[in-house]
Design a protein around this ligand. Structure first.
Ligand SMILES: *Cc1c(COP(=O)(O)O)cnc(C)c1O
Length: 462
């Protein structure tokens, strides 16, 4: 054995103590770190021939790389939609790496059973019926991709062909109707051989990102001659956290043939709160659903879940028949359901956080985030130099400068705020804007007041 490796093996308990102490120290001060660091990115260096052992690697990482890492695990990072990791989820993630299970086959242990148990808990968390089958994937982009792959196979079923066997070309032109689809949807369509141009935007309601259901019906009627299509409904748009009327869309299936995929990456968490659950009323009626877990469930990257009512079609797409793997059977192994074969037991972090805090704990996180978002929205609304661009429905605040809202001025504003808060830019209806998305379990109303004060001070200095 290489001497460094032997040394680490023999000193493992001390080594893990050192790592644990380092992690505790970091997490103890993440709330006070500059959110976006000013430290320069380290220059590349050569691959070490000898290696220095784990302790030295930790020291070098801490000195060389950590100063340039963002405080994305902390409470004032409001960019994109980025949750942190609850203490239980972190523990679960450590255990995932410790056990290093390969959760793709049932031949060697209970990993997949824990995954199925966790899926059942998630179904209950989001008020989904047991008609929905679920699998863990690496993120919402992959969840949308898998959902749309199942949709593609369903289109084949409608047309008496199998894209999984014969290629996407057998389908002929495919239409994918959506209001304000997330950018990962065209990406998925490109990967799936349906093509980005398959995405056919449908008008939103005036001043909203929610689809105009009558415009959707018209598009369905106009395309009827081309056969069945796909509708991607949005539950929680990234700009303004707006929601399509899922029940009304699902009802259109009585008259038109389409697969209903719902991108509920973070919006599904509205189901946890009685005040917000109405936004996702009808979610269970979807044929496939995307939910991100590394966002609002606050498990570490990378984790999401994909639900579908047609695991049989999912197996048609993803089956990985090989003599050395288990048989397909009635409960196919995960290797037959997901894009990966070998895969980490990412369900474990979700299992830990759900076991530790339960439905009530996660509901509290969701509701605190929405309360904070509303408070920031109110502060912006009462600041004459800022303008709120949409009502705060859930956890996203979309706003801009009241005067001359150019992308350049907004960049200057976020640049001034980098140590206090991280916000990401967007464009809404042609207007350059900023978004503040609340999804970290640590964020409190005190943080929100601090963010509002920093924002008001910075805008006056512009
Ligand atoms: C974040 C997000 C995605 C993509 O998620 P990743 O986890 O980054 O792959 C897709 N749809 C919506 C609505 C999102 O918010």
């Amino acid at each position: 054995m290489h001497p460094r490796l032997a040394e680490d093996r023999d000193g493992l308990p001390h080594l893990l103590d050192a790592v644990q102490q380092h992690a505790s120290h970091l997490l103890g001060q993440v709330a006070e770190r500059d959110v976006v660091p000013a430290a320069p990115i380290p220059e590349p260096d050569a691959l070490p021939a000898q290696g220095a052992g784990t302790r030295a690697a930790l020291e070098e990482f801490a000195a060389r790389w950590e100063p340039a890492f963002s405080a994305s695990a902390g409470p004032r990072y409001l960019g994109f939609v980025t949750g942190g990791a609850t203490p239980a989820a972190l523990a679960g993630d450590w255990m995932t790496a410790t056990w290093d299970q390969n959760a793709f086959s049932s031949l060697d242990g209970a990993g997949q059973h824990l995954e199925r148990q966790t899926i059942a808990w998630l179904r209950s968390l989001f008020s989904l019926s047991d008609r929905h089958h679920g699998t863990f994937v690496s993120g919402a982009t992959m969840s949308n991709t898998v959902g749309l792959a199942v949709a593609r196979e369903w289109l084949g079923e409608q047309r008496g062909v199998s894209p999984a066997e014969s290629g996407a070309g057998v389908l002929g032109p495919v239409r994918v109707l959506s209001g304000a689809a997330h950018s990962s949807v065209p990406k998925a369509l490109s990967v799936l051989g349906l093509g980005r141009r398959a995405l056919t935007p449908v008008r939103s309601l005036p001043g909203r990102e929610a689809i105009d259901v009558s415009a959707l019906e018209q598009a369905l009627r106009e395309g009827e001659a081309d056969g069945a299509c796909i509708v991607v409904a949005n539950a929680g748009t990234v700009n303004t956290a707006d929601f399509d009327d899922l029940r009304a869309i699902a009802a259109l299936r009585e008259r038109y043939a389409f697969w209903l995929h719902v991108d509920a990456a973070f919006g599904a968490f509205a189901a946890l709160s009685p005040d917000h659950a109405h936004w996702v009323d009808g979610l269970d009626l979807a044929d496939s659903i995307c939910v991100d877990l590394h966002k609002w469930l606050n498990v570490p990257y990378d984790s999401a879940v994909q639900f579908t009512r047609r695991p049989d079609l999912q197996t048609s797409v993803f089956q990985n028949a090989a003599a050395y793997l288990g048989p397909l059977g009635d409960t196919p192994d995960m290797a037959h359901l997901t894009p990966e074969n070998s895969r980490r037991l990412r369900a474990l972090a979700a299992w830990f956080t759900l076991r530790a805090y339960g439905r009530d704990g996660h509901r509290e996180i969701t509701e605190r985030c929405t309360t904070c978002a509303r408070a920031l929205g109110d502060a912006i609304d009462s600041t004459p130099s800022l303008r709120l661009l949409a009502p705060v429905r859930l956890n996203v605040v979309c706003f801009t400068l009241a005067d001359n809202p150019t992308a350049q001025r907004l960049t200057a504003l976020t640049g001034q705020l980098a140590d206090e808060v991280f916000l990401t830019p967007t464009v809404l209806d042609g207007v350059p804007a900023l978004r503040a998305a609340f999804s970290n379990w640590q964020t409190t109303e005190t943080d929100t007041r601090r963010i509002a004060a920093a924002l008001q001070a910075a805008v006056h200095k512009l």
